[in-house]
Design a protein around this ligand. Structure first.
Ligand SMILES: Cc1cc2nc3c(=O)[nH]c(=O)nc-3n(C[C@H](O)[C@H](O)[C@H](O)COP(=O)(O)OP(=O)(O)OC[C@H]3O[C@@H](n4cnc5c(N)ncnc54)[C@H](O)[C@@H]3O)c2cc1C
Ligand code: SF4
Length: 530
């Protein structure tokens, strides 16, 4: 097969096309009347009072809001993005990115090279656009955070274990079923087995997944259990109110205490929400530290120690169809190298428009490769990078400065080489290492040494970042951390931070599960004290 049959990518029937109205938890009819206020409708100044205001409706904010509402507290959730519902999700990448991603996916980390940094800006945040991979916090991370950052009495297995269990039960975390794995995933498994690498079928938050490989555009089947389908609607059913398209400008601080927030709405109005018991910030690693700064906090730790898991990808053409559009977006992985080499390997099906950016060549060569898209397998390396960076703002816009060191690039190279070995072990004809300066494709295992010899300079690689940590780290010491062991900032009482800004380091596995568990633990403590 050598035609670019894009129809094949669009014609899997979705649940959004077949389910009756009101069948998804995010259908307006499924939600309590008046529980969602669209900021586009707020044109003047509106004031309301709650016990808690939660900023952000993603992994951390969704869970925290539900815990607080479930405790009988009056909760407002303020979300910068709009609520795109299951029935509105698009197959096509461009409108999906415009609707769901910050800067339509165009935000970049600045450093020795530009690195695209993807974040959801919509109800559900990253959980709406991600692949729903669930990983508990590894033991060595608990140990490290205790030994180096003094977190042993808070972020430990005893406290977080029950939160993980709760999340796993509630969000139906389970390994992807064999029948919806798809060949992009099984090829990777076969190659790993051939090379003696331990494969792992990915555990995901999903129910009724059809393996339509389009998680990044939002799940049209309501199968991926994002916070937009779970904790946010559940919080609304417990009496919370959600304000969408309302960007919190600053936290109102008076007498050393957080008293509410001021948000700018899409209707060009102003939303002033009083919070009699506190403000919970869950705006994510880039936006949380900048919101704290805009609210007048001065701690030197705010914006420092940003960390990430930059990823690089590798494509491999086979002699027959891989059909990466059939199967779960990401279903195969290995942590075989996590401790020894600081990388994790994952399969990842990309839409043709996204993959095309990474397919090398021009003219007839490029056209031939695009036409062979169905024979393409794509996998990635997540690097647990040593590099640290800074988050701040420039001319009113968020800015992240971060440069990968040679040691981080060497980790990525080792990961790419391993993926290339996996590809050749399963009969790939051409492997695209995606490294500037190397041949566009490698056609024999004899060429693998070229990857080892590639420069240790990040400018030669196409990194992308989706896992973000730090920049408002937790710790007992006011001099080196922004947030105390009770999740309140050192500077302002009742101003809580519950997202991965508080993580003192990256973790080497996908972060959503750890972020949700930490937010759950934090919110339970906040609710108990309230
Ligand atoms: C494409 C992609 C795939 C990924 N795949 C996985 C995966 O499979 N597994 C995994 O573990 N992790 C994955 N991640 C990472 C994971 O989604 C994030 O780590 C997680 O969502 C972060 O949670 P959070 O609550 O800190 O932030 P988010 O989920 O990003 O939520 C923050 C929310 O706050 C809102 N907000 C920000 N500023 C303001 C403001 N001033 N006022 C009001 N609202 C504001 C944002 O719009 C956003 O909705 C992926 C991420 C991406 C982008
Ligand atoms: S692969 Fe992703 S988009 Fe497709 S049904 Fe499963 S969760 Fe939904």
């Amino acid at each position: 097969m050598s035609t670019l049959d894009l129809d094949a990518f669009s014609r899997m029937p979705t649940a959004a096309e077949t389910e009756p109205p009101g069948a998804f938890p995010d259908d307006p009819e499924s939600l309590p009347a008046g529980s969602v206020v669209d900021g586009a409708t707020i044109v003047g100044t509106e004031e309301q009072e709650f016990d808690f205001v939660v900023v952000g409706s993603g992994a951390a904010g969704g869970v925290a809001a539900h815990v607080l509402a479930d405790a009988g507290l009056r909760v407002a959730i303020v979300e910068e993005g709009a609520w795109f519902r299951t029935r509105q999700f698009q197959l096509s990448v461009q409108p999906a990115f415009k609707a769901l991603y910050r800067d339509a996916g165009g935000f970049v980390i600045q450093g020795r090279t530009f690195i695209p940094l993807l974040q959801g800006v919509c109800v559900g945040g990253g959980t709406t656009v991600n692949s729903a991979i669930a990983w508990r916090l590894p033991d060595d991370v608990y140990a490290d955070w205790g030994a180096r950052f003094g977190l042993e009495n808070v972020l430990n297995e005893r406290n977080l274990g029950p939160c993980f269990e709760d999340l796993e039960r509630t969000l139906n975390v389970h390994p992807v079923e064999e029948e919806i794995l798809g060949r992009n995933n099984t090829l990777m498994r076969d190659g790993m087995v051939a090379l003696g690498i331990r494969p792992h079928v990915i555990d995901r938050y999903a129910r009724g997944c059809r393996g339509s490989a389009r998680c990044a555009q939002g799940c049209p089947n309501g199968a991926k259990l994002s916070t937009a389908l779970t904790y946010v609607p559940w919080a609304l059913k417990k009496g919370a109110r959600l304000f969408t398209q309302a960007k919190v400008q600053h936290v109102i601080v008076s007498g050393g205490r957080a008293k509410g927030v001021v948000a700018a709405t899409a209707g060009k109005g102003t939303l002033r929400l009083r919070a009699t018991r506190g403000v919970v910030v869950a705006a994510s690693t880039v936006q949380t530290p900048n919101l704290l700064r805009r609210s007048g906090l001065k701690s030197k730790a705010i914006g420092q120690n940003f960390m990430a898991h930059p990823g690089v990808g590798l494509g491999a053409f086979y002699g027959d169809d891989v059909s990466s559009n059939r199967g779960v977006t990401q279903a195969m992985e290995t942590i075989h190298f996590r401790r020894t080499h600081r990388f994790k390997l994952e399969s990842i099906a990309l839409a043709p428009e996204l993959a095309a950016v990474r397919i090398p060549g021009f003219g007839a060569n490029l056209v031939r490769r695009l036409a062979d898209f169905r024979r393409l397998a794509i996998w990635g390396v997540q690097v647990r990078a040593y590099a640290t960076g800074k988050v701040d703002s420039f001319a009113g816009a968020d800015r992240v400065r971060y440069t990968l060191g040679p040691e981080d690039v060497r980790i990525a190279k080792k990961g790419l080489r391993t993926l290339a070995e996996i590809a050749f072990a399963t009969g790939a004809r051409e492997v695209m290492p995606g490294i500037h300066g190397l041949p566009e494709t490698l056609t024999s295992p004899d060429q693998l040494g070229l990857i080892d010899q590639a420069p240790d300079d990040p400018r030669h690689y196409m990194f992308i970042a989706t896992h973000l940590f730090g920049a408002a780290r937790m710790g007992p010491d006011r001099g080196t951390s922004a947030v105390g062991l009770d999740f309140a900032t050192h500077e302002v009482e009742r101003l809580f931070v519950v997202d991965s800004s508080v993580f003192p380091s990256n973790i080497g596995v996908n972060p959503q599960h750890a972020i949700m568990a930490v937010a759950m633990l934090a919110a339970r403590g906040i609710a108990a004290r309230a």
